[in-house]
Design a protein. Structure first.
Lengths: 151, 764
């Protein structure tokens, strides 16, 4: 079936199966920042923003995304907040294997928009973004800086 | 030091965080055939007949391969130095299947749906056999590997894959003389790596007819060698490229799907790719070796250790990947911690079962052994009425000392003699104790309601590469603008090794890091390296880079003297300029001249390094936990780790290595439970029911460094990748004892086990 998605501000037409996931559709469009980690909606690696809210693209159907605005990191290349959180992660060395990097960045980005400030709330908000490399603390140092949260 | 001991950003971080295509699946040709494997539903069975005719005739299916399509060549998936210390006990496809998830047939189709459909159309007639599912009874069970043609197995009839034994002094006599003897038994589980990127590979035939395999691997050079053997094609006709990897932790230190993608490409001539599902990663890659470890410690009245006895039974699952070496490392990376004993005995066996194979995993035996030894030390301390920290301080290894074990026990063979040239373990313990506030916390057990707090500690050591076996090499190439290409076989799996190797080259050449452009892990273009394992890259490949850079410096001086028409002694290269008696030239101008106008020559240096020894990093760990006596839940509160990894080349990246490893260790200690059903099917085969720690599960973690200078390391560096995973099981178990007086010996410490132990203690 033919569908139209709004991705990173652009209208994209593509041919999909009814069962095609949003993850598959975005990769068909060449948006390789969107990656598969688990198959069970457990790891958060496939996170994208739908109308500015993080969702798991591995368990969303492409057809469901019609009429919504989808954002991936490719669409935030020149966004100031995005640049800042990316820089903070780099400065902390929190970008280890990096496979979960774009999904974490998107979730933190949306966090800023929600104006959450307490450290505990931030940790809770990010709990679905698993990382096996960093042990999370370097990410937290970077995010604290970005969210301007003190000790 | 200008460019090392600096926390610079990772050289590849920007592109990765910007989501650029970098991983295997991002780079695969769009027209790749999709390769899927039919896997065994039985833990042990013989394939009587396999009918692929329907699958083959399905539209869109390009090929179906069974064991009849592969030459019967035994091999090991393990990516190790050659000849491998692992047995050749596996075939690409076999008529026997030995665990749920073992490969039965290969399907390649135009898309995923067709491939999945074709898998269902293959009819297999299995003769189901009785599986061996309890490793403690494996030796008395019928053989899992009765077949002919395999080699390197200790005893096929008894299911003993490997065995090892060594002793120093007379352990029995020595234990008899001891005032205190402690015996302790622990069990460790088959931890899964759960790297975020599942195993992935694609292959194609290039325009010259050579096979190119791009794979998410820690060991591209071993992959090339193994593919050449298994597919029976010359090594020179294979190119293996490692793009970015989404984590490995040892899980990608072996050949996995590469064989099947490559076989399809060779058969069809078409590009093909294989991406493991998460279920396949859990069931069909491999796990940490589960072990049963018995430790006996003997000391005099004051707590001076006199004897250590360690006996291990290890479960390698269906195939013996890394079987012998993980067994030996459990001893060799722990026993030297207490080096002044009169007698040590170490013996062990590794047995086959019909479980998912076990293989390499960060810690590689050391974490299992550490859990046993460091829990036993805690028991001894409490028996002596001694502070556990004091007991360690009384007995632990010190700078300038040695242990006969270094020479006796290597990996799969004899080791290498070593006198410890850098060891700040005493300072690690002292500083950790102070920062943690051990002395105040140890004697208190704060309680609130049903929640009790407790503290525990442990120490650990690891190695830096495998002495006399692991080889790293580097090529430095001067470009016409004065920049350098650094070509290394070393394999960055997200750790940042491309960055720290560039830092080492920059330091030696005294040029900014941005002028060194690293390119790694391409068997056609980069020099040989055994790969990223055994905590080797900083030390082994780092030393190779340093040597190559020193040679490059000399080459620049040599060619500067030619240009200036003077002797070499009169020329200085300071990183920016080449300075002669009367002339000076910026490096960029010198390079331009050298390539375009005068004495035209390409400057290129190459160097290799093999360690004569594998200097251990050391650490102390102190942890506080809270235990709910009503639910049995253990919550980590705080973990303080103090590490001596020599000079950290990039302190940020070193710290993140330790933090990440600690959290993996905490997962192993508390959350990562492995469950099989009665038929040998892995129940914990998804990220939904195999739980790795989230950011809410780990408590506060503080990593500190006590710097030592390792004279044999590049700029004083030792390794840092593995050591962080070693202490959590022991330290947390010791904290549980401190909190509620129960001794947990079976990993992971789930609420059920805690409650059960509490009930036993209370006499229910």
């Amino acid at each position: 079936m033919k569908i139209t998605l709004t991705v990173n501000g652009r209208k994209e037409n593509l041919e999909v199966e009814p069962s095609t996931t949003l993850l598959e559709a975005l990769r068909m469009l060449g948006l390789y920042s969107v990656r598969k980690g688990c198959d069970t909606a457990s790891c958060g690696v496939c996170t994208v923003l739908m109308d500015s809210k993080p969702i798991l693209s591995c368990c969303s159907l492409a057809v469901q995304a019609q009429g919504h605005s989808i954002t991936t990191v490719e669409g935030l290349e020149k966004d100031k907040d995005f640049e800042e959180i990316r820089k903070n992660l780099l400065l902390e060395g929190a970008d280890q294997c990096g496979y979960c990097g774009p999904s974490l960045l998107l979730t933190v980005y949306s966090l800023k928009k929600r104006n959450i400030k307490s450290l505990q709330e931030i940790q809770k908000y990010l709990v679905g973004n698993l990382c096996r490399c960093t042990g999370y603390h370097s990410q937290l140092r970077a995010i604290k800086e970005f969210m301007e949260v003190g000790e | 030091m200008k460019y090392v001991k600096r926390s610079i950003k990772k050289v590849d971080g920007y592109g990765i965080l910007s989501g650029k295509p970098a991983y295997t699946d991002d780079l695969a040709p769009r027209n790749s055939l999709i390769v899927k494997l039919l896997r065994s539903p039985y833990a042990f069975a013989r394939v009587r007949k396999i009918d692929t005719s329907e699958a083959r005739s399905l539209e869109g299916v390009e090929c179906v391969l069974t064991h009849e399509d592969f030459p019967r060549i035994p091999f090991t998936r393990a990516g190790q130095g050659y000849p491998e210390p692992s047995p050749y006990d596996k075939f690409a496809l076999d008529s026997y299947v030995r665990y749920v998830g073992d490969e039965v047939a290969v399907v390649a189709a135009k898309d995923e749906q067709t491939a999945e459909k074709a898998l269902k159309l293959i009819e297999v007639d299995y003769e189901v056999l009785n599986p061996v599912l309890d490793f403690e009874f494996s030796e008395k069970s019928p053989p899992i590997h009765p077949e002919d043609g395999i080699s390197g197995v200790e005893n096929q009839q008894n299911n003993v894959c490997s065995a090892y034994e060594m002793d120093i002094g007379n352990i029995e006599e020595e234990l008899k003389k001891c005032a205190h003897v402690v015996k302790h038994r622990v069990y460790t589980q088959a931890q899964a790596h759960v790297m975020m990127e599942p195993h992935a590979a694609f292959s194609y035939i290039d325009y010259q007819g050579r096979l190119v395999v791009v794979t998410s691997s820690q060991v591209p050079f071993h992959i090339r060698r193994i593919l050449s053997r298994v597919l029976d094609i010359p090594l020179r006709n294979i190119r293996v490229v490692k793009p970015r990897i989404g984590g490995g932790f040892g899980g990608k230190q072996a050949v996995h799907g590469e064989i099947y993608a490559a076989a399809v490409t060779l058969k069809t001539g078409k590009p093909s790719k294989i991406i493991y599902s998460r279920k396949e990663v859990f069931e069909s890659s491999y796990t940490r070796h589960p072990m049963r470890i018995d430790v006996t410690l003997g000391s005099d009245e004051k707590g001076v250790l006199k004897a250590i006895d360690m006996e291990i039974l290890s479960d390698t699952g269906a195939y013996g990947e890394h079987a012998l070496t993980t067994l030996m490392v459990a001893g060799s990376k722990n026993l030297p911690l207490y080096n002044r004993v009169n007698a040590v005995r170490f013996k062990g066996k590794v047995v086959y079962t019909n479980h998912t194979p076990a293989g390499a995993y960060r810690g590689y035996g050391a974490v299992q052994g550490n859990f046993a030894l460091e829990s036993a030390m805690d028991i001894l301390a409490s028996k002596l009425g001694l502070d556990p920290v004091k007991l360690r301080q009384l007995n632990m290894i010190r700078e300038g000392e040695t242990s006969p074990i270094f020479k006796i026990m290597g990996e799969g063979r004899e080791g290498a003699e070593m006198t410890i040239k850098s060891c700040k373990l005493e300072q690690c313990v002292e500083l950790g104790k102070r920062i943690f506030g051990w002395s105040e916390k140890f004697s208190k057990r704060p309680e609130s309601g049903t929640k009790v707090r407790g503290v525990g500690m442990a120490i650990a050591m690891q190695g830096s590469g495998i002495a006399k076996i692991d080889m790293g090499s580097a090529i430095l190439k001067l470009n016409d603008d004065g920049s350098f290409n650094l070509l290394v076989g070393a394999t960055d799996l997200g750790t940042g090794s491309d960055t720290i190797l560039a830092q080492i080259a920059a330091e030696t050449l005294n040029v900014p890091v941005k002028k060194v452009v690293p390119y790694s892990s391409d068997t056609d273009l980069t020099p040989f390296d055994t790969g990223a394992y055994a905590s080797s890259t900083t030390y082994v490949s780092g030393n190779a880079v340093k040597r190559a850079a020193e040679k490059m410096k000399h080459l620049i001086v040599q060619h500067g003297s030619k240009l200036f028409n003077c002797s070499e002694e009169e020329v200085v290269f300071n990183g920016e300029e080449i300075i002669g008696p009367e002339q000076r030239l910026p490096l960029s101008e010198f390079a331009t001249k050298l390539y375009y106008s005068e004495n035209q020559t390409q400057l290129c240096s190459t160097a290799s390094f093999v360690g004569d020894e594998a200097p251990p990093p050391y650490m102390s760990a102190f942890c506080e936990i809270e235990l709910d006596t009503e639910t049995g839940k253990i919550t980590p509160v705080r973990y303080v780790a103090v590490v001596d990894c020599g000079v950290p080349i990039n302190p940020n990246l070193a710290r993140v290595q330790v933090e990440g490893a600690l959290v993996q260790g905490i997962g192993m200690a508390l959350y990562e439970e492995v469950k099989y059903d009665s038929k040998g099917r892995l129940m914990t085969n998804s990220m939904m029911n195999y739980r790795i720690p989230s950011r809410l599960d780990i408590g506060d973690i503080e990593v500190h460094f006590v710097e030592s200078y390792e004279p044999t390391g590049p700029y004083g560096a030792k390794s840092v990748a593995e050591i962080g995973i070693d202490t959590p099981p022991a330290a947390i178990s010791n904290a549980v004892y401190n909190a509620v007086g129960i001794r947990l010996h079976d990993l992971p410490f789930t609420p059920e086990k805690v409650l059960k132990a509490l009930r036993v203690k209370e006499g229910f």
